[in-house]
Design a protein around this ligand. Structure first.
Ligand code: ADP
Ligand code: MG
Length: 253
């Protein structure tokens, strides 16, 4: 996609759980080559918003379009095939499998090899190509030498990077990251920030949910802030941080 053009557009998105409105009339877009930060206190609806976008949770109402195509109700696998990849707030790797194999699983979600081919077993040439691609992505996130270590034995910072490599394996145009810096040490956060800036420079659209205001303010081109399911501010980081409602809702906590 052309830099600056919307990759995903959401309008009047809403999701309730019984009487609780977790996402309430949220509209925004995310553009190619930008990092859009999503901030908000615990329970603000950030993860629910991610689940609506990534097709893991049906919305109660509202519209979504992806690369200009309206999305009716689509599932997670379909969104992945269209070019959306995500990581999770709580890392979801297969702990007993190697970092490399975990990354390779991401590639089976889209493009070159279908899920069926993966579960039936690939031929040797395909398998080599897949592992080569996965190794390239591990190198990209700085973990070339960890390929054959069990994913579950890696420190949290590395596990999060493996998850990002797995998401990249699907060759996405939009990457959703749910609190990727949570629990990371300062040097790990620096590595993560550098990677995200490189991915942005490659033209990826990145939607970054973060709790760490400093981290996300430095990285994001634009910020949106949620509180009680509603979008209370969206704009340049400086402008958003100066917003009184944002300060009351978030910075004061
Ligand atoms: P955040 O990620 O911003 O911390 P969440 O999206 O996880 O917020 O949660 C928003 C609100 O929706 C919270 O009050 C949470 O308890 C509620 N919620 C989230 N998922 C569910 C669910 N599956 N069933 C019921 N309530 C939920
Ligand atoms: Mg969350």
């Amino acid at each position: 996609p052309t830099p600056g053009l919307p990759v995903l557009a959401a309008s009047h998105m809403r999701r309730s759980f019984g009487g609780l409105v977790a996402v309430d009339d949220v509209s925004f877009d995310v553009r190619a080559g930008e990092i859009l930060g999503v901030l908000g206190p615990n329970g603000a609806g950030k993860s629910t918003l991610f689940n609506l976008i990534s097709g893991t949770l049906p919305r109660s109402s509202g519209e979504l379009s992806f690369l200009g195509q309206p999305l009716a109700s689509v599932g997670a696998r379909d969104m992945c095939r269209r070019g959306l990849a995500r990581t999770f707030q709580h890392v979801k790797l297969v702990p007993d499998m190697s970092a490399l194999e975990n990354v390779a699983m991401g590639a089976t979600q889209r493009g070159h090899c279908g899920l069926a081919a993966a579960s039936l077993g690939l031929d040797r040439a395909e398998e080599r190509r897949l592992l080569g691609w996965s190794q390239h992505l591990l190198a990209r996130v700085g973990l070339a030498d960890k390929a054959w270590e069990a994913a579950g034995s890696l420190p949290l910072g590395h596990q999060r990077l493996v998850e990002i490599a797995r998401a990249l394996a699907a060759d996405p145009v939009l990457l959703l990251l749910d609190e990727p810096a949570a629990g990371l040490r300062a040097n790990e956060k620096t590595d993560l920030a550098r990677l995200l800036l490189e991915l942005r420079a490659d033209g990826l659209a990145i939607l970054l949910v973060e709790h760490d205001m400093e981290f996300v303010s430095e990285l994001a081109d634009r910020l949106m802030v949620m509180n009680f399911g509603r979008l209370i501010a969206c704009g340049q980081p400086g402008e958003v941080r100066a917003n009184v409602e944002v300060q009351e809702a978030y910075l004061g906590v």
